[in-house]
Design a protein around this ligand. Structure first.
Ligand code: ZN
Length: 113
């Protein structure tokens, strides 16, 4: 389950921000997850709670914002919506689709005190 290591990297981001901005408690974490990032929101919530235990973000609310995936066809240049990483271009049928949006996960916002 790679959500566990992702949750650990979220904690690192939070700890870095805490040092830089001098806060002690995190109340809410808004996480942006791309549709093509292969992250299960339920698994992410479970891992988040487990990883944050005993840290400055213990008990913090996790809000997940899912962003849709999109790509560009290398054959005809069309921009297409993508629900999965591999697919065929709806315009020309080529498999030369390249993901342009939606394969990343990032911390969008932190509510701290
Ligand atoms: Zn195409």
């Amino acid at each position: 389950m790679h959500e566990m290591s992702l949750a650990e990297s979220v904690l690192e981001i939070i700890e870095d921000s805490a040092r830089a901005q001098d806060f002690r408690r995190v109340r809410r974490v808004v996480l942006e997850i791309g549709e093509l990032a292969a992250v299960e929101p339920d698994a992410m919530r479970f891992c988040f709670d487990a990883v944050m235990r005993g840290t400055l973000a213990e008990g913090a609310e996790l809000q997940i914002v899912e962003t849709p995936g999109a790509g560009r066809c290398g054959q005809c240049g069309a921009t297409v919506a993508m629900q999965e990483r591999y697919g065929l271009c709806p315009d020309c049928g080529s498999a030369a689709l390249q993901v342009t949006v939606g394969e990343r996960m990032r911390v969008q916002d932190l509510l701290v005190e």
